[in-house]
Design a protein around this ligand. Structure first.
Ligand code: ADP
Length: 548
């Protein structure tokens, strides 16, 4: 017997309509590409999204057609999130930090009909345009006056398109399984692969983000969205923010510590999200200017950190300097991305800080909607004892079933699990801890050493800005850890100093065999340490412990 409830498709247009109707005045603040501040609200985002949908229809954009963006976090990019998906087309957010060849590969692979871009990416777009035969037009996301000097075929102006379009638009109704957005994974090896989200998957994910033990996002939050809108749907916050009517503060290209601090202070942000690198920049700024800053001006209470492991030192600093709780989360493009979130249980209330930090270092527990499990080499599930580590797999209604246009072939196993490529432990309460990406784990003799563990300890050293650990060939042990450190400005560290600092904090046999100080560390387009490049660079590094 079927239930007798209404069948209303879960469509993203419903989110922006709701935000406009119930949270119309709630602000959307943008730090624009030219450095100016722009103030909008959910009502205006909705009416401009409708103008944009009309404009796209006039341009002939079809349902299902992909529309690319190369853009920072601003109100215009947010308008595109709702306009493009709402009209039944697919928003393809392209990461502008990728190499030009990757950008053109992705745009061609997605067969994007139009490319929208911020003026700061004009030279990138001009460089790749000749390789994009399918693109029908390029739209500069600015006013006509700001377009001077941009030279592209079929160049259009975002503000002119909107000015010529009516704000009256009826969002179409269609199947909730229709594709809504497309995002390519950076693909450290091989070509980038597209993850194609649906209206339904995105909506279910938004409810989770708003739930108390999800991200707990609400109408009372002022959110500084540091995660770029070109990273995995900016972790779902544009949609969840519309669902609950949160104030959104969009930093544009202003991701340096000083600007993050200013926005937190001026916009009274109590909630923020970003990858660890951004927070290293914020703390660097705070520490260098501690004498003149009044930290009590900040009202930051919760910070979601993911994308790479949040080191313990960062968790402690958020607590001790700002009184803010770091919510450590894990996920990936293929999981929309929220999969596990570091909220505490009732029994953890009132824990001494040190013990609380022990829990926060882990990447949280699976949220309802995502199942996670760890498997050994024989394919059998491993015990949840916080010690056994194995391949982490995930499944659920916002986990990818495959890649766009069949890239990578069949990706799910016979039981519907998606292999994440991460190695992890699970404890008795279900807290997951990422040991490493499987390709980054250091195989020393028969044992595995977690590069993340060593990096987290190394960045606890007061003179260290950032650290990376890679496996280097060793004649006896096969591979041993090499620590690369980037010292804070004006500070120096030595090999002996680092090894002495780390001793006792990790089993002796896991300690790095060597330490090299570097001027900077390479990052991927999503702000992660580029281990592949480091492994190439140090491939012939001779470890002092190697007898050969
Ligand atoms: P890409 O694969 O393109 O770099 P993703 O955002 O999909 O981009 O990356 C997901 C990966 O990032 C995960 O598989 C995991 O290795 C890593 N990751 C994400 N969050 C965390 C975290 N909190 N701690 C450790 N690693 C993380």
């Amino acid at each position: 017997m079927l239930g007798m409830m209404q069948q209303r498709p879960l469509l993203l247009s419903g989110l922006i309509e709701h935000a406009a109707a119930y949270h119309g005045d709630r602000e959307i603040v943008s730090n624009m590409v030219d450095g100016s501040m722009h103030r909008s609200n959910w009502r205006t985002v909705c009416s401009r999204a409708k103008q944009l949908a009309n404009a796209l229809q006039t341009l002939g954009v079809q349902p299902g057609e992909r529309v690319a963006t190369l853009a920072w976090n601003t109100h215009r990019h947010l308008e595109m999130y709702f306009a493009v998906s709402g009209m039944g087309s697919v928003l393809h957010t392209v990461n502008p930090r990728l190499f030009p060849e990757q950008v053109s590969y992705i745009i061609n692979h997605a067969e994007d009909g139009y490319v929208f871009f911020d003026t700061s990416f004009a030279s990138l777009v001009q460089a790749v345009a000749p390789q994009l035969p399918r693109v029908k037009g390029f739209v500069a996301m600015c006013t006509r006056a700001q377009m001077q000097g941009i030279d592209l075929p079929n160049l259009l102006c975002y503000e002119e398109l909107l000015a010529a379009a009516s704000p009256t638009y009826q969002w179409p109704t269609f199947d909730e399984n229709t594709a809504s957005s497309l995002c390519y994974t950076s693909g450290t090896t091989g070509n980038p692969k597209g993850v194609l989200y649906s209206h339904r998957s995105t909506m279910l994910h938004s409810w989770t983000a708003c739930s108390a033990d999800g991200l707990g996002l609400s109408a009372r939050d002022s959110v500084l969205l540091v995660v770029p809108l070109f990273h995995v749907n900016a972790w779902g916050v544009p949609y969840a923010g519309a669902m609950c009517g949160a104030k959104l503060v969009l930093p544009g290209p202003g991701l340096a510590g000083e600007n993050i601090y200013r926005l937190l202070r001026e916009e009274r942000c109590n909630f923020s999200l970003g990858v660890p690198t951004v927070w290293l920049g914020l703390f660097d700024y705070i520490e260098r200017n501690q004498a003149t800053l009044d930290l009590s001006e900040l009202v930051l209470k919760r910070v979601v950190v993911g994308g790479s492991a949040a080191p313990r030192a960062m968790i402690e600093k958020f607590e001790s300097l700002l009184g803010a709780y770091l919510i450590h989360a894990w996920g990936m493009s293929e999981t929309s991305p929220l999969a596990s979130i570091g909220n505490l249980l009732d029994k953890h209330q009132g824990l001494p800080l040190e013990q609380r930090f022990d829990l926060q270092v882990k990447q949280g527990r699976a949220i309802f909607g995502v199942e996670i499990e760890i498997f050994g080499d024989d394919g059998a599930p491993l015990p949840h004892d916080g010690k056994a580590f194995g391949d982490l797999k995930a499944r659920g209604p916002w986990v990818a079933a495959g890649y766009y246009r069949g890239e990578g072939g069949e990706v799910l196993d016979a039981d519907g699990w998606f292999p994440t490529g991460d190695v992890a432990t699970l404890d008795a309460d279900g807290f997951v801890q990422i040991t490493d990406r499987s390709k980054d784990v250091i195989k020393s003799g028969g044992e595995w050493i977690s590069s993340i563990d060593l990096e987290n300890i190394a960045v606890g050293h007061p003179a260290v800005q950032e650290a990376a650990v890679i496996g280097v060939a060793h004649s006896k042990w096969q591979e041993r850890p090499l620590l690369l450190v980037h010292a804070k400005e004006g500070q120096t560290v030595t090999r002996e100093d680092m090894l002495a600092f780390m001793e006792g904090k990790v089993a002796k046999w896991c300690l790095p065999d060597d330490v090299v100080c570097v001027d900077s560390l390479p990052h991927t387009a999503t702000g992660k340490l580029q281990k592949l490049k480091l492994r190439e660079q140090f491939r012939t590094h001779r470890l002092p412990t190697d007898p050969a």
